[in-house]
Ligand binder design. Structure first.
Ligand SMILES: NC(=O)c1ccc[n+]([C@@H]2O[C@H](COP(=O)([O-])OP(=O)(O)OC[C@H]3O[C@@H](n4cnc5c(N)ncnc54)[C@H](OP(=O)(O)O)[C@@H]3O)[C@@H](O)[C@H]2O)c1
Length: 334
């Protein structure tokens, strides 16, 4: 996708809270520029264009897809709108960077993948942590035997009452609730750490104001490994995991995004209490954008996104069954 001589020109779809940060990341990534931003209203689009230093403000998302000066879109809409606009963008021949969760179901996620493939465009979900070099080290450490035999993985992701007025997180019809919003990270972490899908899932949620506010789930993985996740809007910020092996544990307290003013960090704790500390550098978002803009095969990350939706689908089913243990369905050929 990237050509030494020309920039990838991004159009931004939506003006949400996350947009400012990602626009800055797009604008500071080599060979990438932001040429237009679209909102449901012209006034809002213009206000954000002025704030972010973007040349064109567009009324309506469709108008942005039809522009000559856009090669790719960054979609920062509520989750229930991701699939519709990712597919529409792909059908206009545009590459897609879509906020997490990629969609609201595995079926929608697969549709995005299929349309992008058939249109010959590239896509990624904006799950930055997967693209940090630290994550490649997680993979090495989990695989190289230093932890011993992996027995259990746990992850916790929460934000205490992160809501603003009219927040899509409190609207079930927009894909609100912590299952999709935060469960996305925790389920993705388990999928990443085990490099596999769970066989079965059991989950329960606490519902308030019509959406899930707390999720607790247990996963039965292949080879006798188990995993547990805890997510919610009713505890202070947590973004940590532990991969526990027979010799040592890999522990990280900032896997979704480093704490402000602190480098990405993690520890390997062994059975004697010895702790090996690691810190890293680099912007996970810029690396993610550069990866999308490169010619690199994106299949490993796309597969994690689709698998994460398969896990979330099973969680929804288990919750509907009152916490029953349900299988995670694999797609044929995957
Ligand atoms: N990667 C991350 O670290 C991260 C962090 C936070 C959020 N996110 C994800 O980013 C996405 C957006 O989150 P956000 O917190 O930025 O959302 P937000 O502040 O609620 O903004 C969503 C935007 O979507 C547009 N929109 C269109 N129809 C809407 C509707 N019916 N209701 C509300 N908004 C509507 C609005 O833009 P216009 O009015 O301009 O059209 C609005 O500004 C979500 O999928 C979220 O999970 C990711």
């Amino acid at each position: 996708m990237s050509d030494e001589d020309s920039n990838i020109r991004f159009g931004v779809v939506g003006t949400g809270r996350i947009t400012r940060r990602l626009v800055a990341d797009l604008q500071s990534t080599d060979h990438v520029e932001v040429t237009a931003i679209a909102s449901r209203t012209q006034e809002r689009a213009q206000w954000y264009a002025d704030q972010y230093g973007i040349a064109s403000a567009v009324k309506g998302y469709q108008g942005l897809l039809q522009r000559e000066d856009v090669d790719a879109v960054y979609i920062s809409l509520p989750p229930s709108m991701h699939a519709e606009w990712a597919i529409a963008a792909a059908e206009h021949g545009l590459h897609v960077l879509c906020e997490k969760p990629l969609a609201i179901s595995a079926e929608q996620a697969v549709s995005i993948d299929e349309v992008c493939c058939s249109q010959g465009v590239r896509w990624l979900d904006a799950t930055g942590w997967l693209h940090h070099p630290r994550t490649a080290s997680f993979r090495d450490w989990i695989g190289d035997g230093r932890l011993g035999e992996i027995g259990h993985v746990s992850a916790a992701v929460s934000f205490y009452q992160p809501f603003q007025s009219g927040d899509h997180r409190l609207d079930a019809t927009l894909g609100g609730g912590c299952v999709l919003d935060l469960g996305w990270y925790a389920c993705g972490l388990v999928r990443f750490a085990c490099d596999d899908l769970p066989l079965e899932v059991s989950a329960d949620v606490l519902v308030r104001e019509g959406v899930s506010q707390r999720l607790t789930a247990m996963f039965w993985m292949p080879d006798g490994v188990t995993a547990t996740i805890s997510c919610g809007y009713d505890t202070a910020t947590r973004k940590w995991f532990e991969v526990a092996g027979s010799n040592a544990s890999l522990v990280c307290d900032d896997f979704t995004r480093p704490w402000a003013e602190r480098p990405p960090r993690c520890w390997i704790h062994d059975a004697s209490g010895k702790v090996e500390s690691h810190t890293f550098e680099g912007s996970q978002e810029r690396l993610m954008i550069a990866r999308l803009a490169s010619g690199e095969c994106l299949k490993p990350w796309q597969q994690i996104a689709i698998d994460t939706h398969l896990i979330l689908d099973a969680i929804h089913e288990s919750v509907t069954m009152g916490g029953g243990r349900v299988p995670v369905l694999r797609r044929a050929g995957m």
